[in-house]
Design a protein. Sequence first.
Length: 132
Amino acid sequence: MGDEPITVVLVDDHMLMREGLREILETQPDVRVVGEAGDSATAISVVAEHQPRVVLLDVEIPGGDVTDTVTALRRRAPNTEVIILSMYDGPHLVPVPAAVRPGGGQLADRPGVRGRSTGRGGRRSLRAAQPG
């Protein structure tokens, strides 16, 4: 991996969730949070401005359907990987991975849900989104 940090934009309508993710991610020397958004329109704007390596996107982001949001993010930042966060598990999420598959996205449980690791697993996902 190069010297450049993995740049991240956090997109979740819950400020507490964004703050928690930021706090966890900023403990890693090779990760830098460059922006945050609480709705789809702001997310699209922030991502277009910062062109992050990774977007962590809440599956239920206000202001737009998640598939429309991912499509708009990809149009404005084609080199950005999108990791969709969800605390849900079930068949209603099946269309979401199909929507992100063409550009290579990932679906991840929210950190801490069902006892999953918040540090190592998320870091692996961010590293997987980093080329090389």
